[in-house]
Design a binder for this molecule. Structure first.
Ligand SMILES: [Zn+2]
Length: 454
């Protein structure tokens, strides 16, 4: 093994045509723009198989050596010190076309001074949530180079216009300052939870134009779209995915119902503020208990509570709170019946409970809440049928928040988008188990599993 061999191996350079200058193995340091670099020197030479320009096969000295060209290649850090390679590249002359060309190597691309190992390393670093400045510092290149590499990797991860899953999830997130809208649009595969793309502007017109870039027969195959309540995307879905069923995210339906219950609590609270201050503070402090699902409330464990005398259970406290006002109890019961129907995917029960509410006198906003539910009844039916939800998007949106923070404010949307695509698409995902599509299938599988266990 020659010295050149040893140096090449220790630098992890695969190209055997790079021969290190053995007289230079001491590696002098050089100060360039205020930074000390380790300097390696090597020559790149080989017998070319054919001419780069005309493609003539190199036979009988058709291509001859014709001087050299020195280029400087960044190698990254070696024991925390940035290293440079002065690479003397062979120049060749083709006697067929009379043109010259320079030897090429896998270490570095043509017209480029950043070595490919650095580019790969930056690719991996970009998949972690950290600032680009930090990456630039670690591999000793400039931030602008990192951004350029980011844009390139982002392009490589651009979603294909000829692929679209059958089940989609729609959501939005707060975008960067320079984005066209204050909110940007994000959509995922509702089954695998993989991000498909991020769109800068979530306005209807823009989104319709965006989705129309997908071929029509692909869009017709989309079976469901899961979205939040009050979603502005219903027209988009109608126009772009004519066969898709709408699914309102169950969590958002519950949130919608809970909001009405909470408002009622606050109103009751305000009416007794000066007449029954102790009950007022109970209602004020125990809002969480009121919104808790009735089937999750503990009726067994006795304990002391500073707002109550003696030993009480959660159930006793809820009963007390509900007794404060006569409308409270039955609205509470009705809302919990609705929540239970949603939780168990019992659509018929949901509809009949909603029907039951119609002939009771209630406050106007509670009536409005129920009317809204009526308006979305078909989609609620679908959310009782399909197990799909937008729960995963909350996690994704939280991650996007940390990405934005780590970048000290991405000003350019395309940079943020590239970074998000890299982080979510490059990071090796553990094999997530895909949930059965409908509750019915899931129950069937559970049943079979139980039979096996028994
Ligand atoms: Zn030639």
């Amino acid at each position: 093994m020659t010295h050149s061999h040893i140096i090449r191996n220790s630098l992890n350079i695969k190209d055997e045509n790079i021969i290190f200058d053995v007289n230079n193995y001491l590696c002098p340091e050089e100060k360039i723009k205020g930074t000390n670099y380790l300097i390696y020197q090597a020559t790149l030479t080989y017998k070319p198989k054919a001419c780069h320009h005309c493609g003539s096969i190199n036979e009988e000295y058709l291509i001859t050596k014709n001087g050299t060209k020195i280029s400087t290649v960044k190698l990254g850090n070696i024991l925390f010190k940035p290293a440079l390679l002065r690479l003397r590249k062979q120049r060749y002359l083709c006697h067929e076309c009379n043109r010259t060309f320079i030897a090429s190597t896998t270490l570095v691309d043509k017209h480029c001074f950043i070595s490919n190992p650095i580019k790969n390393a930056v690719g991996y670093e970009l998949a972690e949530t950290q600032s680009m400045k930090c990456i630039a510092k670690r591999v000793s290149i400039s931030s602008t180079t990192v951004i350029r590499l980011l844009v390139n990797s982002g392009k490589a991860l651009e979603p294909s216009r000829f692929e679209l899953p059958e089940h989609l999830s729609f959501d939005e997130f707060k975008s960067v300052k320079e984005a066209a809208g204050s909110m940007s649009f994000i959509f995922t595969d509702a089954q695998t939870h993989d991000i498909i793309d991020i769109v800068e502007n979530r306005q209807q017109r823009e989104l319709i134009a965006y989705f129309q870039r997908y071929p029509n027969e692909l869009r017709q195959k989309v079976k469901t779209v899961t979205l939040d309540m009050y979603s502005p995307y219903i027209k988009v879905i109608h126009d772009c995915f004519p066969n898709a069923e709408l699914i309102i995210d169950r969590f958002h339906i519950v949130q919608h119902i809970n909001r009405a219950l909470n408002r009622l609590r606050i109103e009751i609270m305000k009416t007794i503020r000066y007449t029954r201050p102790r009950d007022y503070s109970k209602l004020k402090k125990q809002w969480k208990l009121i919104l808790k699902n009735v089937w999750d409330i503990d009726f067994e464990t006795y304990g002391t509570h500073r707002l109550y005398d003696g030993l009480v259970t959660e159930k006793m406290m809820v009963n007390y709170l509900l007794s404060i006002d006569n409308q409270f109890q039955w609205v509470y019961d009705l809302i919990n019946d609705l929540k239970w129907a949603l939780d168990t995917g019992d659509y018929e029960e949901f509809v009949s409970q909603l029907e039951r509410s119609k002939d009771r006198p209630v406050k106007r906003y509670i009536r409005t809440t129920f009317q809204t539910l009526n308006k979305y009844l078909d989609s609620i039916g679908n959310s009782c049928k399909y197990t799909l939800s937008n729960g995963h998007l909350e996690g994704i949106n939280n991650k996007i928040k940390t990405i934005k923070r780590s970048g000290y404010g991405y000003r350019n949307f395309s940079h943020l988008r590239a970074r998000i695509l890299i982080i979510f698409k490059l990071k090796d995902k553990d094999n997530k188990e895909i949930r059965p599509l409908t509750f019915e299938e899931e129950k069937e599988i559970d049943k079979q599993l139980n039979i096996k266990v028994a």
